[in-house]
Design a protein around this ligand. Structure first.
Ligand SMILES: [Zn+2]
Length: 86
């Protein structure tokens, strides 16, 4: 993951970072996450804006928790995984 220009990252940013949650919810190999630290007015209040990108279809993912809808459509076998207890 690359950090874009902006305020310097600091360890405390990780404490409220969304990325681990997203990776738990969506483990696509084509998922690229981009985190950017945004500052509020007068530099007060930091938040992390996370952008998700599908590297396979080269499109932005609207909802990182859902993942790329095109990838999901290409993998109909996912429905079977939940039904089969192999
Ligand atoms: Zn995709």
């Amino acid at each position: 993951m690359k950090q874009s220009a902006g305020p310097r990252w600091k360890p405390s940013d990780c404490s409220h970072c969304l990325i681990p949650d997203i990776l738990w919810a969506n483990a696509s190999e084509y998922l690229a996450l981009h985190a950017e630290i945004k500052l509020g007015v007068l530099g007060i209040g930091r938040r992390i804006a996370v952008t998700a990108w599908c590297t396979k279809h080269d499109r932005e993912i609207a909802d990182p928790y859902v993942g790329c809808t095109l990838c999901v459509q290409e993998r109909p076998d996912i429905a079977n995984w939940t039904e089969t207890d192999a």
